[in-house]
Design a protein around this ligand. Structure first.
Ligand code: IPM
Ligand code: MG
Length: 361
């Protein structure tokens, strides 16, 4: 039995997660997987029940599962807590770190149906198909942090950006091997003109590249990359970068797919894998059946691909999403003229119907 921990979390996480779970259940029936779903608390609900946003019960559930589906964390109520208890820092990051999930994959593809949903010109984005490989358990997010008042009375705060060579190597290796089954190009993004950690990053990429003679390796400064992503995004195949650069660039890249609500993610590298949409909990639209569930649905497609090793199931879900979009259905974030606006649940039901229709169930 394949065990999946489901952590809906906060805000729209509570709406998009159940919808994606239903899609996965449908795929499981079609492709004959035996899945067991167990629900756990994270962030606000967990804090209310256990006094901590990531209680041991939830960690235990995650450790005893093979995959985790996470909605989103972050809520106005949790924002009022001291930083060390806020769910981003006290739940999401420790979860990634403790489970060894150093490799975060964020694929960005232009859907022909959504070209008009992006503020960028159609001809610029129509051939976009890139994979952002973000290092997820090191760098600025996890380096030493401090905040104090100096002798001269000035307040000072800092975060250390640190990487070991092996941390750099393992994420680059992942990127190189991913590029091998794609268009064979790796863009390693750094700030080696300024940062020492980036110099080690760039050197390591150069060394590793020797083992992959059929791949092209390109180094790019992060500021240039931000520009290139809007100027000529189709040039990219696999982008690999450190944690914080990857956080920023992946939000930017999501615009190529029409909306942050379309960007799935998989976090790999440990014994259990985590699947979550790249967007946040969006408290402003939570509880209104307005959230786009497709990022989470596409994340469960990634679960099929990477954890269940079923390319077939992954494609069936992805194609069902494309078909629902092709028929003109849109959540508010994707709305454009002449399209049919629907809510979170209805979008989920449409995707399920498409899976049924294409697979004779
Ligand atoms: C993401 C999110 C998180 C991150 C936040 C919620 C801590 O923005 O997954 O990209 O910065 O990693
Ligand atoms: Mg982010």
């Amino acid at each position: 039995m394949f065990k999946i921990a489901v952590l809906p979390g906060d805000g729209i996480g509570r709406e998009v997660t159940p919808v994606a779970v239903e899609v996965l259940k449908k795929a499981a029936r079609v492709f004959r997987f035996e899945l067991e779903f167990n629900y756990g608390l994270i962030s606000e609900d967990a804090y209310e029940k256990y006094g901590h946003p990531l209680p041991e019960e939830t960690m235990e559930l995650c450790r005893s599962s093979q995959a985790i589906i996470l909605g989103a964390v972050g809520s106005p109520k949790m924002d009022r807590l001291p930083p060390e208890l806020r769910p981003e820092r006290a739940a999401l990051l420790p979860l990634r770190k403790m489970l060894g999930l150093y490799c975060n994959l964020r694929p960005v593809k232009a859907y022909p149906e959504l070209l008009n949903a992006s503020p960028l010109k159609n001809e610029l984005i129509k051939d976009v198909d890139l994979l952002m490989v973000r290092e997820l358990t090191g760098g600025l997010y996890f380096g030493e942090k401090y905040r104090r008042t100096r002798e001269d009375g000035e307040e000072i705060a800092g975060d250390n950006l640190e990487y070991t060579k092996s941390e750099i190597r393992r994420i680059l290796e992942f990127a190189f091997s991913a590029a091998g089954s794609r268009r064979k190009k790796v863009t390693s993004v750094d700030k080696a003109n300024v940062l020492t950690s980036s110099q080690l990053w760039r050197e390591t990429a150069g060394e590793l590249h020797e083992a992959y003679p059929d791949l092209e390796l390109e180094h790019m400064y992060v500021d240039n990359c931000a520009m290139q992503l809007v100027k000529y995004p189709a040039q990219f195949d696999v982008l690999v970068t450190e944690n914080m650069f990857g956080d920023i660039l992946s939000d930017q890249a999501s615009v190529l797919a029409g909306s942050l609500g379309m960007l799935p993610s998989a976090s790999l590298g440990g014994e259990v894998a985590l699947y979550e949409p790249a967007h946040g909990s969006a408290p402003d639209i939570a509880g209104q059946d307005q959230a786009n569930p497709l990022a989470t649905i596409l994340s469960v497609a990634m679960l099929c691909r990477y954890s269940l090793q079923s390319e077939e199931a992954a494609r069936a879900i992805e194609q069902a999403v494309a078909k629902a979009l092709a028929k003109g259905y849109r959540t508010p974030d994707l709305m454009s003229n002449g399209m049919i606006q629907i809510g979170t649940e209805e979008m989920g039901n449409l995707v399920i119907k498409e899976i049924e229709q294409s697979n004779g169930v």
